[in-house]
Design a binder for this molecule. Structure first.
Ligand code: ADP
Ligand code: MG
Length: 432
């Protein structure tokens, strides 16, 4: 994708916008690469920032201009709001030219790894519940600001887009590891974070001075995280889909990872966000976090983000997707998605089922689910039972958490928990 209209090829040591010296790569997305840079105009401890270099094609530049407008609103709407500090702040923007064309660049406050990195670090056991609660509280505060003050819908809430705040020690480690790799003449894994830096994140331990370079720790989403409830059941020949034998479930001992209560997170990647009254697309959200109304082609607003929060909450606690739809030879991935949702919710009210432009495909006139494959036999498996049966949670933990998640995956967007309501919910406040 480093071609005409694509990513900008960027060298370590290069100066962007006459101001930002490139130190190392931090990450990349569909639209951009993001680089750790030293701000040559600032000499205090805030001299490092993250510069996002957007792909060069006209379309990407237009999207980046919309992102800048949204980020400007976020920056100025109400800096005293408690949710303000849980959304990434833009520092500056400028243009760069390369052989691939013109690239919009946006500099941001420097953040650390994402919640996806944290899940990988947990070895796919998930985060212990008090940690999940701390993270979600901050995410919800950020969303109250985004929704109620800025009137912005994020449309892409998922672990990759929630970033953990860095501390000075961590930045020092980032800079030192990249110069150590340079000295050794070894190419550093693209998103390398040392294990000491992780200990610092997770347990708040100080990072010791850099020793020998340990084994590479490059974080990519592996297939392991994609286990869905339905597809993780061992399938037997002739068994109807999604109907597990009672004792054939792949139970996993739940050994969640503890994290420091000092963790601070911020919502990032406003690249797909839109205004409440001005949407840019009807095809929003990453599949696994996509709200029912979006799947059905109905109108969407802030509640679509809240559905994603429900999926994210489940994933942080279990390290597995709540819904991971898969295409098979007989059904599409979207059909599978609707089936998975019906299995979890039991049923979807008729007035919701029939509301969207694509409703006819999934539901008949009576609001009954059309099964596109006769062998499909859906089985109601509510979240509480999933947590107990599959993840071996104690029911006393599962009930309040499942109630919280169900409030967020409520099929009627009008009845779904808002960010403000979720903040006052029992599970978030431990009042049970
Ligand atoms: P895209 O719109 O292309 O998806 P993102 O804004 O999501 O771009 O950024 C891509 C990746 O770069 C993120 O997943 C994250 O790993 C990293 N990143 C983005 N912003 C920052 C930041 N402020 N500090 C540190 N890393 C960041
Ligand atoms: Mg992204």
């Amino acid at each position: 994708e480093y071609c005409f209209g694509g990513y900008k090829s960027t060298e370590i040591g290069e100066v962007l916008g006459n101001r930002y010296e490139v130190i190392r790569k931090l990450g990349f997305g569909h639209f951009s690469t993001v680089w750790l840079c030293k701000d040559k105009e600032v000499t205090c401890s805030d001299m490092y920032s993250a510069v996002k270099i957007v792909k060069a094609a006209e379309m990407f530049n237009c999207v980046a201009q919309d992102e800048i407008k949204l980020l400007r609103c976020i920056k100025s709407a109400d800096p005293n709001h408690p949710g303000y500090k849980h959304i990434i702040q833009m520092l500056d923007f400028f243009q760069e030219h390369s052989l691939n064309g013109y690239h919009t660049c946006i500099s941001f406050e420097l953040m650390g790894p994402s919640l996806l990195h944290l899940l990988v670090q947990s070895d796919y056991h998930g985060i212990h519940l008090p940690g999940v609660r701390i993270i979600l509280k901050q995410l919800l505060q950020g969303l109250v600001y985004l929704h109620n003050v800025c009137r912005i819908i994020h449309t892409d809430i998922k672990p990759e887009n929630i970033l953990i705040k860095v501390k000075d020690d961590y930045v020092r480690n980032l800079v030192e590891t990249s110069s150590r790799y340079k000295e050794l003449g070894v190419q550093m894994p693209r998103t390398y974070v040392s294990s000491e830096a992780w200990e610092h994140y997770i347990y708040c331990r100080p990072i010791p001075p850099l020793g020998p370079i340990p084994g590479a720790g490059c974080f990519e989403r592996t297939s392991k995280i994609g286990a869905t409830r339905a597809s993780s059941f061992p399938k037997e020949e002739g068994e109807p889909k999604m109907k597990p034998e009672k004792h054939s479930r792949s139970n996993k001992l739940h050994q969640p990872m503890y994290i420091s209560p000092n963790i601070e997170v911020k919502i990032a990647d406003l690249g797909n966000a839109c205004w409440e009254d001005h949407h840019f697309s009807c095809n929003i959200q990453t599949k696994q976090y996509r709200a029912l109304e979006v799947i059905l082609g109905a109108d969407y607003s802030f509640p679509a983000d809240m559905w994603s929060v429900g999926c994210l909450a489940f994933e942080l606690a279990t390290a597995e997707y709540l819904f991971n739809p898969k295409r098979t030879s007989s059904i599409s991935s979207t059909e599978d998605h609707v089936y998975l949702i019906c299995e979890t919710l039991g049923s979807i009210p008729r007035y919701i089922a029939q509301r969207g432009a694509r409703s006819q495909h999934f539901f008949d006139q009576q609001g009954n689910l059309r099964t596109h494959d006769d062998s499909i036999n859906l089985k109601y498996w509510k979240t509480e039972d999933v947590l107990v049966d599959k993840y071996m949670w104690k029911r006393v933990d599962a009930i309040p958490f499942a109630t919280f998640v169900e409030g967020l995956i409520e099929p009627d967007p009008e009845l779904r928990l808002t960010a403000a309501a979720a903040l006052t919910s029992d599970w978030i406040n431990e009042t049970f």
